[in-house]
Design a binder for this molecule. Structure first.
Ligand SMILES: Cc1ncc(COP(=O)(O)O)c(CNc2cccc(C(=O)O)c2)c1O
Ligand SMILES: Cc1ncc(COP(=O)(O)O)c(C=O)c1O
Length: 442
């Protein structure tokens, strides 16, 4: 391997890092130079257990052979083909393979390059769908407090995380938000889906009464809200949302960028909860995080509604230069092959009870005020340091990294989402790291 890939440059100033405390990082950089299966290797040669699948995306583990080989072959065969008015076989094969594992009725896939782009695509598609159906007055979008839908203007407008919104002006008009479903006073330390709060879905009826259904295009929610710190849907909540949307002709969009591709122990959260949305946005696990890709799954009736008018006309004026990029498709096909051969889209189901017990063994450890879990996702909420919110969790992140474990923090919440190949022994190792860190921080 060329040294270029492993030696940190002396001058780190040029790279403006995303979602990072740049000055602090560049004073004490944390660098990974390689990875394999469940572990990263740091620039100083330490192994670090990956407790977060990178950023919730490396579901199959790192540097998996089928994915690597698929990318290498494709890059030497067809590196790029125009995405508009031209095609290449691999993108059609991938779309078919994805539809094969999708919830029933989701028969079409639109490719993007990220979760943020999948969200923008879904929002535009929803509004355009109503227009082609003759209901152009349906332009209002409804998100949810504490929702995360990426960082483009549509996503932060329907999103509900204030730090992702407040820097960027007035955002899209015609957006409302449902209340979030975090009820610690009733659901703290729940194991899996919490009992209380399904009635919060009825807030959608209130918004329909306020605006009239004829003005509302879609509701977008994460079935499990990840980035905000893992907020779970109360029992029956998603089913209620589905019923209300169906009743009023409002499209239901599930943002499954995190929950998709086995994270909950089922192919998708839609399968796990038995609720089928009209549009489903995905990214991350679709290509194991290796090559940027997003995929928007769409019900047949939505796709078909666009397929009208003169056949020489473009039906949906939207798309990206890299939509269905051949190398990204190769990575995704290698990923799906790996998921299939190793049963990873459902492995989380068999591991979930063990994961749950290990996580909840942290109850009573210093600073822990809540523990939440579903599938192979876990969250340990810490009491904030008075006057210094996020500082306690961030110190846990740094200490964990120094000890040899990668964890994720948001606010004062530790979020865990390991690759789906994790063993029970590695679950114990990860939780022991967290326990020791909790006992060592202020
Ligand atoms: C539900 C959801 N929707 C959209 C996006 C945006 O995807 P892109 O980043 O590919 O544009 C996401 C991404 N989620 C995400 C991305 C990076 C970090 C974290 C974290 O919680 O630490 C979460 C997501 O979780
Ligand atoms: C000037 C300009 N801006 C933005 C874009 C969008 O880029 P992408 O297709 O990668 O989203 C393009 C694509 O051709 C472009 O030409």
């Amino acid at each position: 391997m060329s040294n270029r890939l492993k030696v940190t440059p002396n001058d780190l100033s040029a790279f403006w890092m995303p979602f990072t405390a740049n000055r602090q990082f560049k004073q004490a950089p944390r660098m990974f130079v390689s990875a394999k299966d469940m572990h990263y290797t740091t620039s100083d040669g330490r192994k670090v257990l990956d407790g977060t699948a990178g950023l919730w995306c490396v579901n199959a583990g790192h540097c998996r052979p089928k994915i690597t080989e698929a990318i290498q072959h494709q890059a030497a065969e067809l590196d790029y083909a125009p995405a508009f008015q031209m095609g290449h076989p691999i993108v059609f094969e991938l779309a078919n393979r994805l539809v094969d594992i999708a919830p029933k009725g989701m028969d079409h896939v639109f490719f993007t390059n990220s979760g943020s782009e999948s969200v923008e695509t879904a929002l535009k598609m929803a509004i355009a769908y109503h227009r082609v159906k003759g209901e152009g007055s349906r332009t209002r979008l409804i998100g949810r407090e504490r929702g995360y839908h990426g960082v483009n203007f549509g996503g932060i407008s329907v999103g509900g995380i204030v730090t992702n919104r407040k820097m960027f002006g007035t955002l899209l008009g015609g957006v409302d938000h449902l209340p979030h479903t975090h009820l610690p006073e009733k659901n703290a330390f729940s194991k899996g889906v919490p009992e209380h709060g399904a009635e919060l879905a009825n807030e959608l009826e209130r918004l329909v009464t306020l605006h009239d259904a004829s003005t509302i295009a879609a509701v977008i929610v994460e079935p499990v809200a990840g980035s905000t710190g893992v907020i779970l849907p109360p029992k029956g909540y998603l089913q209620k949302l589905r019923e209300i949307c169906t009743k009023h002709g409002i499209l239901l969009i599930f943002d499954e960028v995190i929950t998709g591709f086995g994270r909950l122990g089922a192919p998708f959260a839609a399968d796990y909860f038995g609720v089928t949305p009209d549009i489903m946005t995905t990214a991350k696990g679709v290509s194991n995080g290796v090559i940027p890709m997003g995929a928007v799954f769409v019900k047949k009736e939505i796709h078909d509604a666009f397929m009208t008018g003169p056949e020489h006309m473009i039906e949906f004026f939207h798309g990206y230069t890299y939509s269905g990029n051949p190398i990204a498709c190769a990575a995704a096909l290698g990923t799906l092959d790996t998921y299939k051969e190793e049963g990873l889209l459902t492995r989380g189901e068999e591991l979930a009870p063990y994961w749950e017990d290990a996580l909840h063994s942290l109850k009573g450890e210093p600073h822990v005020i809540d523990i939440r879990n579903i599938g192979l996702i876990g969250a340990i909420e810490l009491a904030p340091i008075a006057g210094s919110p996020t500082k306690r969790a961030f110190s846990a992140f740094v200490k964990a990294f120094e000890r040899g474990a990668l964890i994720r923090t948001t606010g004062d919440i530790i979020a865990l989402s390991p690759p789906l190949i994790i063993t029970k022994g590695q679950i114990n190792e990860l939780i022991d790291h967290v326990r020791d860190v909790l006992r060592s921080i202020d």
